[in-house]
Design a protein around this ligand. Structure first.
Ligand code: URA
Ligand code: CA
Length: 443
């Protein structure tokens, strides 16, 4: 097979076979296919798209390029969740223990991301002594006992993805639906769970800002997963304002504990209930979404989810006292209030600007290797629809005290808040549920 011929074939819109796609991915990973040819190939995919079958073949070639996690030592149906990202997304820390407390099994690999804030791994590491790297046998044992485990994703999961993503990033081929879908699904499928619930964000803070793109991405990912025998549901959810009130690492652990104690922000609680219900539904634990939503909310009220978080922390070597005493989490050197410049109602909070403000403050780290100050973050006192008076704090910066970061972060944050005369309803949180049965609109 000649690389040139395959680039030309795809360029001309002819569907590629499994062997042809495998040849391109393997050749690239081995170094036999140079970057310039792979870059051209990615661009043909960008313009030509991929058939559902090609998407499956591409995803599986990526899965086969790396380590595949074998979770067969864990009894029962393992369910995973993935979010396409967003700002201040605390869901995993709340959702994983709640699903386990409700009868599901969650054995989740989670990322250490270079985003606006740390990934779930960074949040977990703000819990004193928490261990997120362990031998597989230990992980399997924990999940068999506690029904939930959260560990760091190894870099060798879907090995090809890392190299492909780096190339996409410099060749304007990131925002291609088949490439995004295969990138995400290859890592999820290599993670070994039996079912996956995808939270696909739409709105200003999201990867796919337009609803139509989010829907296409959801359909493509559901088709890929179902095509290889997994149960997959995609939920399209809104990211018009940051989720919950906390953005950062330790501060989001605190928010997760508050939420599991029944004191969570409404949007976070509703999102967790919807995601959890779908995880329980595909796991066969409940017979309907409504039953799942009720069960998840019940386990918030009874604090069973909080208890489960405590068990999880203890099983992974952490200090479970944090769930009763969140003061044990890293605390910021200073807290600085950001005051409203005028009175009115919050009409908008630009999630992207809030994410950037937290990044400026230092919640995300500048490079991959720079350690993150886990105590840094932002707390939003006010969300869309809330009344504010001039001079009242709309948000609080959790800072290391560095004025060179505080001043620009404050400015960004004030820009993110649009305060006006109109009292608006909170932005829409749920758009649609995509499964192999089709698309169902959500309220
Ligand atoms: N997230 C991923 O993991 N891959 C993409 O291509 C885009 C978002
Ligand atoms: Ca949050």
């Amino acid at each position: 097979m000649k690389t040139y011929e395959l680039i030309k074939k795809k360029r001309d819109g002819i569907e590629l076979s499994r062997d042809e796609i495998g040849y391109m991915i393997n050749g690239f990973v081995k170094g036999d296919i140079p970057d310039y040819q792979m870059a051209a190939f990615l661009m043909t995919i960008y313009f030509r798209g991929m058939s559902p079958r090609e998407c499956v073949e591409l995803t599986m070639a990526m899965v086969d390029s790396g380590v595949k996690v074998d979770l067969s030592g864990i009894r029962g149906f393992k369910v995973d969740k993935h979010s396409t990202g967003g700002v201040g997304d605390t869901t995993t820390l709340v959702l994983a223990p709640l699903v386990a407390a409700s009868g599901g099994i969650v054995a989740k690999m989670t990322g250490r991301e270079l985003g606006h804030t740390g990934g779930t791994v960074d949040k977990l590491l703000s819990i004193p002594d928490m261990n997120v790297d362990m031998p597989k046998e230990k992980f399997v044992e924990i999940v068999n006992h506690v029904h939930v485990g959260l560990i760091a994703q190894t870099a060798s999961l879907a090995h090809a993805d890392k190299h492909l993503y780096a190339l996409r990033n410099v060749t304007a081929t990131v925002d291609s639906i088949p490439l995004i879908a295969s990138s995400i699904m290859s890592k999820k499928l290599a993670g070994g769970s039996d079912g996956i619930v995808l939270d696909i964000k739409t709105g200003v803070g999201a990867f796919t800002q337009q609803y139509e793109d989010a829907l296409k991405l959801a359909r493509t990912m559901v088709d890929i997963g179902e095509g290889v025998g997994k149960k997959v549901v995609g939920l399209i959810t809104g990211m018009e304002q940051p989720l919950g009130k906390a953005i950062g690492n330790a501060i989001e652990v605190q928010e997760a504990i508050d939420t599991l104690s029944g004191k969570g922000p409404a949007d976070l609680v509703d999102l967790v209930a919807e995601l959890g219900a779908n995880m329980l539904l595909i796991s066969g634990v409940v017979a309907s979404r409504d039953e799942g939503i009720n069960l998840v909310k019940h386990n918030i009220q009874t604090r069973r989810g909080l208890e489960k978080l405590g068990e999880l922390i203890e099983a992974q070597g952490g200090n479970r006292e944090v769930i009763e005493n969140p003061g044990l989490l890293p605390q910021p050197r200073v807290k600085i209030e950001v005051e409203a410049a005028c009175s009115g109602y919050v009409e908008k909070i630009n999630a992207l600007d809030v994410g950037l403000a937290s990044k400026i403050l230092g919640a995300g780290g500048k490079t991959k290797d720079e350690p993150i100050d886990l105590s840094i973050g932002i707390y939003l006192n006010k969300k869309v629809g809330d009344p504010v008076r001039k001079g009242e704090p709309v948000a609080v910066l959790y800072s290391d005290g560095d004025k060179n970061k505080i001043n620009p972060a404050r400015e960004r944050l004030l820009n993110a808040y649009i305060i006006g005369p109109a009292r608006l309803d909170p932005p829409r949180l749920f758009y649609a549920r995509v499964s192999k049965e089709g698309v169902e609109e959500l309220q």
